[in-house]
Write a protein that binds this ligand. Structure first.
Ligand SMILES: N[C@@H](CCC(=O)N[C@@H](CS)C(=O)NCC(=O)O)C(=O)O
Length: 202
C-alpha cells in the first residue's frame, strides 16, 4: 500500500500522522496540489474526486476520504486509536462533525489568508468559527482527549485543521481547553514529523 499526500494539507496530515504513529512506514507519494497534479488522469484513476489523500491498495485501486483511511489503517493495526468497542461511534461522530462543520469553518480563513480569496464575509466566518470552536472547547473542559481516556483518531481528525491556525489567522483567542489539547497533539513526534514535511513542501 501507498499514501498519496500533499503534506501541507490538513487531510493529508491525518494519514501521515497515523502512518507515523503506528510505524507503518507506508511509502508517501507526493501530489503537488499547486501544480494541479490531482487532476491528472493517473491520479483521478485512484480518486475521481481529484483530492488528496488517497490510500493506494495493493491491487492498485484507490481508497479515499481521510477519516475512512485513518480508521482503516488503525483497524489493521489493532490499536486503541480506533478501539474495537462502542467508542467507535463517538469517534465517527467527531469525524462527521469535523468534515461537516469544523473544517468548513476553518476553510474560510485558509481561503482568505493562504489563497488570497476575495469576497468572503469574514464577520460571518468569525461567527461560524466561534460557534464550533465553542462546542469543541466546551467538550474538552476537564478532558485530555475527545473520546474516552486516550488519544483516538477523533483527536487526529479534529486537530488536523488547526495545523494552519497560525498561518491562516484563525480567531483562536479564548479557547484554553483547545489550546491545551492541541499542545498535546503537537508534542507527539509523529505530529512534528509531519510539521517538518509540511515545511519542506511549502
Ligand atoms: N473529504 C476529503 C477532503 C479532501 C480534500 O479536500 N483535500 C484537499 C486538500 S486538504 C484537496 O485535495 N484539494 C485539491 C482540490 O480540491 O483541487 C477528505 O477528508 O479526504
Amino acid at each position: 500500500m501507498k499514501l498519496h499526500v500533499f503534506p501541507p494539507s490538513p487531510n493529508s496530515r491525518k494519514v501521515m500522522v497515523v502512518n507515523a504513529l503506528l510505524g507503518l512506514n507506508l511509502p508517501l507519494v507526493p501530489v503537488d496540489l499547486r501544480t494541479g497534479a490531482q487532476k491528472s488522469a493517473e491520479f483521478m484513476a485512484i480518486n475521481p474526486n481529484a483530492k488528496t489523500p488517497v490510500l493506494e491498495l495493493d491491487d492498485g485501486s484507490g481508497f479515499w476520504e481521510s477519516n475512512a483511511i485513518i480508521n482503516r489503517l488503525c483497524s489493521g493495526a489493532k490499536t486503541d486509536l480506533w478501539p474495537a468497542d462502542e467508542r467507535r461511534y463517538d469517534i465517527m461522530r467527531w469525524q462527521f462533525w469535523e468534515a461537516s462543520h469544523w473544517t468548513p469553518a476553518c476553510s474560510k480563513f485558509i481561503a482568505k489568508n493562504l489563497f488570497g480569496a476575495e469576497g468572503i464575509d469574514m464577520a460571518a466566518a468569525e461567527a461560524d468559527f466561534a460557534r464550533f470552536a465553542t462546542v469543541l472547547d466546551g467538550v474538552l473542559e476537564g478532558r485530555d482527549w475527545l473520546v474516552g481516556d486516550g488519544m483516538t483518531t477523533a483527536d487526529i481528525s479534529v486537530g488536523a485543521p488547526l495545523c494552519l491556525r497560525g498561518l491562516c489567522h484563525y480567531p483562536m483567542k479564548g479557547y484554553a481547553n483547545i489550546d491545551r489539547w492541541i499542545a498535546r497533539l503537537e508534542a507527539l513526534p509523529a505530529w512534528q514529523q509531519v510539521d517538518a514535511a509540511m515545511q519542506a513542501a511549502a
